[in-house]
Design a protein around this ligand. Structure first.
Ligand code: NDP
Length: 444
């Protein structure tokens, strides 16, 4: 049995019933095969892959809280501290009913490589809870966040582990979490990122992931003689990543014609009005279907996905596995020539393989959505220095980070004669950095 197959078997045995983690591990291991083959003897001796696939620490805890009816609720919280070779653990917190050990391991593992690609001094982690903030009052969300932090604070710190937001964890939740952290530790320090601008947050953090998706998409398109300018773009989701991907793509001259949520999607042939999306999702916390009541000429399709709309470029920015093989076939049939992932693993393995086989340019999330965590690392630096930088300064750094990622990813693919395969390029580039740092710090 090959070394990679052995390790995959170990992952399955040690983490039964964790399909998302198996999927992520298999994708990474398959794509780093050329590197593993080149250094197989050393890797086997040092058990490099076995080290890499076992989190350094993984915490799961009870989160009791009281709802507005006075009823006691119990949720389960997680924090997976996957790898600290390159810096303190860094990665978001997700509050969503789908959160479990498998999704946490998958996201923390992916985060390790993504963070490595940013060139910032950050390791990989992820956390969250199977709590659904949807439909909860502000007081209920606050009660939940305070209880969650009452356990989590023991394991985090500005030089240890710095969580951020993710699905279901936005500015409101980070505020409640940070307030409780401060109460418990008596420290005003940069232990969470995505903070409010009045209390240590960085300008351009809200925009960073979506903007970064557009910056790297443009690098990839330009390398192939195309551009976002004049392109028709479909975006899925209408959360943080999607909204700012829409905004930046439009600033760069694209026409974005869709946004969606878990109920359905909006098609606006005149180009999505991003201010309306912000008003519905950020201010009113409403449903995207409300868009058609406000913007004439737009239509809403309940229960459908955006991929049926013809486009040049697609940005999946909602959730994992939202773009499957049938969707990929629709995209190709309609002439789509580039997909850049905004979400984490939104494209299934079969869909990715199909798109690449059909010559569609494909940039994986671990490279293309790294702008958010890149700017989070800049927020950590600002907090340590007790300083504050302008929007334009941070945006310029973000642009530099995304260009740097593009260079690493495209060069790593080329080095192994897999020109244009950016999935392999991203995995190899991230993997090489993490392994080198682990090796220099000594395996045990
Ligand atoms: P949000 O919670 O702000 O938004 C998620 C969006 O996806 C919502 O519009 C949600 O709709 C929609 N959605 C959820 N499930 C589905 C579905 N089945 N079909 C269609 N739409 C759906 O999250 P973010 O924008 O922050 O994150 C989106 C993705 O990007 C996640 O994978 C996240 O891990 C990743 N990411 C986020 C970063 C960030 O900085 N925010 C950084 C890097 C990655 P609804 O309101 O109905 O739930």
């Amino acid at each position: 049995m090959s070394y990679i197959s052995n390790v995959m078997q170990m992952v399955r045995e040690m983490n039964p019933a964790e399909p998302e983690f198996h999927q992520a591990a298999k994708e990474v291991l398959d794509s780093i095969e050329p590197v593993v083959k080149r250094y197989e003897k050393e890797f086997r001796r040092e058990r490099v892959l076995e080290h890499l696939l076992e989190p350094e620490r993984s915490i799961s805890f009870r989160v009791p809280w009281v709802d507005d009816k006075g009823k006691l609720q119990i949720n389960r919280g997680f924090r997976v501290q996957f790898n600290s070779a390159l810096g303190p653990y860094k990665g978001g917190l997700r509050f969503h009913p789908s959160v479990n050990r498998s999704s946490m391991n998958f996201l923390a593992f992916e985060q390790t490589f993504k963070n490595a690609l940013t060139g910032q001094p950050i390791g990989g982690g992820k956390g969250g809870a199977n709590f659904n903030p949807k439909g909860k009052s502000d007081r209920e969300v606050m009660a939940f966040c305070q209880s969650f932090m009452t356990e989590l604070f023991k394991y985090i710190g500005p030089n240890e582990d710095v969580p951020a937001g993710d699905i279901g964890v936005g500015g409101r939740e980070i505020g409640y979490l940070y307030g409780q952290y401060k109460r418990l530790t008596n420290q005003y320090e940069g232990t969470l990122t995505g903070k409010g601008l009045l209390w240590g947050g960085s300008l351009c953090r809200t925009e960073a992931t979506g903007y970064g998706v557009c910056y790297i998409a443009e690098e990839m398109l330009r390398a192939h003689g195309r551009s976002l300018e004049g392109s028709t773009v479909v975006v899925s989701g209408s959360g943080n990543v999607a909204t700012y991907a829409v905004e930046k793509a439009q600033q760069m001259g694209a026409k974005v014609v869709t946004v969606s949520d878990s109920n359905g999607y909006v098609y606006d042939p005149n180009g999505i009005d991003v201010q309306v999306v912000k008003e519905i999702k950020e201010v009113r916390r409403g449903r995207i279907s409300e868009y058609v009541k406000i913007v004439p000429g737009s239509t809403y399709r309940d229960g459908k996905k955006v991929w049926e709309i013809p486009c040049d470029v697609a940005f999946p920015c909602a959730i994992q596995n939202e773009l499957d093989l049938d969707d990929a076939m629709d995209l190709v049939a309609n002439g789509c020539f580039a997909v850049t992932e905004g979400a984490n693993m939104p494209t299934t393995r079969e869909a990715t393989d199909y798109l690449q086989a059909k010559g569609v340019l494909f940039m994986p999330g671990k490279a293309s959505n790294a702008g958010g965590v890149g700017v989070s690392a800049l927020e950590m630096a600002q907090n340590s220095m007790r300083t504050r930088r302008s929007f334009d300064e941070v945006d310029a750094d973000l642009h530099g980070i995304m260009k740097g990622i593009w260079t690493q990813v495209s060069e790593a693919a080329a080095e192994y004669n897999l020109d244009g395969n950016y999935v392999v390029g991203a995995n190899i580039a991230g993997f090489q950095k993490v392994v080198q740092a682990m090796r220099e710090q000594g395996f045990v």
